[in-house]
Ligand binder design. Structure first.
Ligand code: XIL
Length: 786
């Protein structure tokens, strides 16, 4: 592998990709819908983006339970055969309205589910109807459909008038229903349709059921189970001129066992035979449950199942709606009803789109011709190879029409074979290709272009590479390899990529190369750093022994500016070996911070914390802001009971004080100033570093001051304290002192005049003149007038 110029490329990528919903890929007149739960209708608080997803993906809505009779008319009415609107539950009608409101606000088609069903019927009805006559059952049903249908009149596009009226074993109508006492179920069902039509003449009326599209072969007899009775029932309705517009296939499938080739065939046949009758055939409650535990392979299988059903939905004109029975696996009815089965929907329990979602999307894109996003609908993966021929569907430009190489794809990009497979060739200035990629781990990546080129020696085929619309600092230069079939590798490092989806774009700046792929590999950060072996265990590193921190893990612990005090305990946040080095694990003093640096408390100036238990070879770094370019005086506040202490101070890697010996200050709690003058520092951000060569001392702080050489007056920095009045006469008031913060007042010749800790200072004993007021972190010039 050849390495060309090392580009210093640092990108933190955060631009989110624009999302489009499923509904945006639908051809006109088609609807993709979902059932919404009561929680949503009651004003659910957009759990995991539920409400947003509903609106962005779907243009058709049905209530999973809210329109069911058990809730609409939960209490026994005074006269069940002459219902009025007052017999319907007012609170339930609010949920009915809430669904319609959502639909109106978002241009959605509405389904009403369902007027007549044996299940989720009010318990008073199942009891009472047992003793009702044929006529009474007709009267009740007519009255219910009329009152509820009229309430919703003009607001529901499709009604399931009758749900699940056929027997599972294929021998006609279901028994064991609250309407069992009717003499003729066919006639009863037809009457319900007639009444529904009268209540709302503009609504399309559906018969809805499960397994009516499946042709089941049982007990050796060749035949179908519910499909035949369903066709017979609707044929009879049509013969009688009964107003039916369509049949709803509930489509509650079991992944795998239900989804055989014959299922897809019989599904299409059913849709087709209803089409011949002039009826719609919609998927009204689709879910595809996975039973016996869900593996990744199961999710992929389910994706394909959803993809195929969606394809059938799109390919058949009389199938104008496909609804899934809920948005997320978090709230599907499946696990509660089919034990051992789960994960039937398009979004997982955390509301992330599942492979199934992409299965639906894939069919939508292909059928609508609105192909977009990654080739084959799966982003290419980093770390890994980005194959040039797998550019995104909708984001490329090629100068000429047609695929000059004639292989692999059929748009205008020129693809040929070469090296390890397909390559993009005949690249010309002005062309571009785009790739949606999925970065599985945030890291620094090295990029390698694998290409062949026969341009003039000394020239380059130049490519601008953009990540999420941001171009790299330098373009990629591909020199001739001598032939369009001799492939070579050009490596570029290093590029930081965050985890997640990104867009990569290649702008061809100059002709021409055959590009096979770009390989993104994680930069290796293992190596030697500061003399010791370093293992890459961080997410983002800059690779090799570059002298830089290999891990980009550094945060200033607090804002620290100079002139001012740098508290020793406020070393940068990061980790051992990166922003500090401590030889022993754990904080031996147990104070203030919880990493390996050893911190204790002190009563010395300013109180607070001190660095202790310092051992040879330890070091600490501090990110600071230098406010002014000047020569600084630095005062290290240290204590030691030994004379072994010794350290260096460096600024941005340059040693500015070396081998500063720490004297015995008289004990571990007796602090003294170690003063060092004339350290030139430039304004701006810097990392200062203490490198310990001789151990065993404590450090409280480092104070950086600018001292005027002529007057000896320390630069004035007093923004933390307000001293009034100034100029003053006989009394000063100090605002902003910390508890136990000591102050001292010096005369201009450096003699101590006063010291104390109170915020009121009597000064009538001072002569008129200039004074310096000092605390551990503030210096303020005071003037006494008389
Ligand atoms: C289910 C709902 O999803 C559940 O919340 C409820 O407890 C029972 O009913 N066929 C239908 C739907 O027509 O109304 C059913 O909905 C699922 C089967």
């Amino acid at each position: 592998m050849k390495k060309t110029s090392l580009l210093s490329l640092c990108f933190i990528l955060s631009i989110a990709l624009q999302a489009q919903g499923l509904k945006d890929y639908l051809p006109a007149g088609k609807y993709i819908g979902t059932a919404v739960n009561n929680q949503y209708l009651q004003g659910g608080n957009n759990v995991n983006g539920y409400n947003d997803t509903l609106i962005s993906d779907f243009n058709c809505i049905v209530a999973e339970n809210a329109y069911k009779m058990a809730y609409i008319i939960p209490n026994r009415p005074a006269d069940p055969f002459n219902l009025t609107i007052d017999d319907l539950s007012a609170s339930q009608l609010l949920l009915v309205d809430a669904m319609i409101d959502t639909a109106n606000n978002n241009n959605m088609k509405t389904r009403g589910h369902a007027f007549i069903w044996h299940s989720q019927a009010p318990s008073w009805l199942t009891t009472d109807a047992q003793s009702w006559t044929n006529q009474q059952i007709y009267d009740f049903a007519e009255s219910y459909i009329t009152v509820f249908g009229t309430y919703c009149k003009g607001r529901i596009d499709e009604w399931d008038v009758v749900n699940e009226a056929l027997n599972d074993n294929g021998n006609g109508f279901r028994t064991g229903t609250w309407y069992d006492n009717v003499d003729d179920k066919q006639d009863f069902i037809e009457h319900c349709f007639t009444v529904a039509h009268a209540a709302d003449p503009d609504a399309d009326l559906f018969y809805n059921d499960y397994s009516i599209e499946l042709y089941k072969f049982s007990q050796g007899a060749v035949g179908n189970v519910k499909n035949g009775p369903m066709l017979q029932m609707v044929n009879t309705m049509l013969d009688h001129g009964t107003p039916i517009n369509g049949v709803g296939l509930q489509s509650h499938y079991i992944s795998g066992s239900d989804m055989t080739d014959s299922t897809y065939i019989t599904l299409e046949k059913t849709i087709d035979s209803l089409n011949t009758l002039g009826l719609f055939c919609n998927m009204t409650e689709m879910d595809i449950r996975i039973c016996g535990g869900t593996t990744e392979a199961d999710l992929d299988k389910q994706k394909d199942e959803y993809r195929r059903i969606t394809e059938i939905f799109l390919e058949n004109d009389n199938c104008n709606s496909m609804l899934v029975w809920g948005i997320t696996d978090a709230s599907s009815w499946i696990p509660g009803v089919f034990s051992g089965c789960d994960d039937p929907l398009l979004y997982d329990a955390q509301m992330q789109p599942k492979p199934a979602y992409y299965g639906v999307l894939q069919s939508l894109m292909i059928e609508s011709g609105m192909l977009s996003g990654p080739y084959n609908f799966e982003p290419q993966v980093i770390p890994g190879k980005i194959e040039m021929e797998d550019y995104d569907y909708d984001a490329f430009y090629d100068n000429d029409s047609g695929n000059t190489g004639g292989v692999y794809r059929e748009d205008s990009v020129d693809i040929t074979t070469g090296n390890t497979g397909y390559v993009v060739g005949w690249t010309e200035a002005g062309e571009y290709l785009t790739y949606t990629v999925n970065v599985t781990v945030a890291d620094t990546f090295e990029l390698a272009f694998v290409y062949a080129s026969d341009i003039v020696v000394g020239n380059y085929s130049e490519i601008e590479l953009l990540i999420d619309n941001v171009a790299l600092d330098e373009n990629v230069m591909l020199p001739s390899t001598g032939s369009y079939s001799v492939f070579d590798t050009i490596a570029i490092d290093s590029l930081i990529l965050e985890k997640g989806k990104h867009k990569i774009r290649l702008n061809i700046v100059s002709d021409s190369a055959n590009i096979d792929y770009i390989e993104f590999s994680r930069a290796d950060c293992n190596g030697v750093r500061n003399g010791s072996a370093y293992i890459d265990d961080c997410d983002v590193c800059v690779g090799g022994d570059t002298g830089l921190d290999p891990c980009i893990i550094r945060n200033p612990y607090t804002v620290m500016t100079i002139p001012g005090i740098i508290e020793a305990e406020n070393y940068d946040e990061g980790k051992n070996g990166v922003t500090y080095y401590d030889a022993t694990s754990g904080n031996q003093g147990g104070e203030y911070r919880t990493d390996d640096v050893d911190l204790g408390t002190t009563d010395d100036n300013g109180g607070g914390y001190v660095l202790g238990w310092i051992e040879p070879d330890e070091w600490l770094e501090y990110t600071i802001t230098i406010e002014e370019t000047a020569d600084y005086t630095v005062t290290f506040r240290v204590a030691s009971g030994l004379t072994t202490g010794n350290f260096d101070l460096s600024v941005d890697g340059e040693t500015v004080i070396s081998n500063l010996a720490v004297p015995n200050t008289g004990g571990w709690t007796t602090y003294d100033d170690l003063v060092f003058n004339d350290i030139p520092l430039e304004a701006g951000e810097a990392v200062i570093r203490i490198d310990v060569s001789g151990g065993y001392f404590n450090m409280n702080y480092m104070q950086f001051e600018i001292i005027d050489e002529e007057t000896g007056i320390h630069a004035i920095y007093g923004d933390k304290l307000l001293i009034t009045p100034n100029p003053f006469t006989d009394e000063l008031q100090v605002e902003g002192l910390q508890i136990n913060q000591a102050w001292k007042i010096y005369s201009i010749d450096g003699k101590l005049q006063k010291k104390g800790m109170s915020d009121r200072i009597i000064t009538n004993d001072l002569k008129p003149g200039i004074y310096i007021f000092k605390t551990n972190d503030q210096v303020i010039k005071l003037i006494k007038t008389k």
